[in-house]
Design a protein. Structure first.
Length: 80
């Protein structure tokens, strides 16, 4: 289970930066412990506690954020 400081996501750039941070953590988990095969992030790891309904920062299953997470898991041979 990953613990991290809650992000403050307001803009699409904030969302992209947080996505990159989560992706980097997947790789770091694998590098730090090659036996790791599952990484679990808290539900607030991408948007923090934001209740903002701005469509520009909403994610969907076919969006770039999920694609980045899938790619990170595949590249690092890890479940996410």
């Amino acid at each position: 289970v990953v613990q991290l400081q809650l992000p403050h996501v307001v803009t699409p750039a904030d969302l992209a930066a947080q996505t990159a941070r989560v992706v980097a953590m997947v790789g770091k988990a694998r590098r730090n412990n090659p036996a790791t095969d599952l990484v679990v992030f808290p539900e607030y790891s991408l948007h923090g506690l934001s209740m903002d309904m701005n469509p520009a920062i909403m994610c969907n299953m076919d969006g770039p954020e999920i694609a980045a997470f899938k790619r990170a898991c595949i590249e690092n041979h890890i479940w996410g």
